[in-house]
Design a protein around this ligand. Sequence first.
Ligand code: ATP
Ligand code: MG
Length: 264
Amino acid sequence: MNAQTEKKPIIEMHNIRKTYGPVIALAGVSIKIYPGECHCLLGDNGAGKSTFIKTMSGVVKPTEGDIIVGGNVQNFENPRDAMEAGIATVHQHLAMIPLMSVSRNFFLGNEPTKKIAGIQFYDREKADHETMEAMRKMGINLRGPDQAVGTLSGGERQTVAISRAVHFGAKVLILDEPTSALGVRQTSNVLATIDKVRKEGVAVVFITHNVRHALAVGDRFTVLNRGTTHGTAERGGITPEALQDLMAGGQELASLEGSLGGTV
Ligand SMILES: Nc1ncnc2c1ncn2[C@@H]1O[C@H](COP(=O)(O)OP(=O)(O)OP(=O)(O)O)[C@@H](O)[C@H]1O
Ligand SMILES: [Mg+2]
């Protein structure tokens, strides 16, 4: 038993089932997510990862099963309900406007205002100050709050989106394949961001195809395979090979590796 299992889960997904007509996307998946952990959700294409996190974030209603947040069963009708419960998603293709400044993007839809002579104005100083502060905490030194998002690297943009979600109160942060389109250095930036956010007590659900990325930062690992899971492994309790094998392509990759005489 480690410290994680003694804490109370921040969100518990119990026996989640989702069918689309005859297609069984999820056949009863249960996981518990704890504050301050990075929980990796792995699986091959079509395994059910996106469907699963969509049920968690209110985008899709499960056919059966319970979503329990802070001990209470939730009935999310839409993503807004999930956001209000502290569950936020950062997608690979980020909702950001490249030509607009980091500061404007950071506060998009949540603009701070100030009143002058009874009229509300956008409080630019506050937005700029809080943006610079949040980015500094994540290890990104902007040239200034006016720097356009389009001039940031892909990894830095992910970091802006992640710190934005945390700034606005995310307790569970779902990252759907945040590293899949990134190079090595940018990937390590994003993994470092995940580590910082986790240390603030936020629960991170990190979806990836990449076992190495998962192992670099994950505390626990759940592998989905055709809508089912064999449970959750702890860090140190599973080898990279075993994790790879649990994913659908594991067997085939291992035999390909054997016939090529190297590592795929
Ligand atoms: N709206 C839908 N209608 C019908 N079938 C769907 C729908 N959404 C998902 N599915 C099916 O459910 C299964 C799981 O899909 P899902 O997108 O959750 O997988 P995934 O693990 O996210 O895959 P990937 O790694 O490719 O993103 C697939 O067989 C998919 O075709
Ligand atoms: Mg997906």
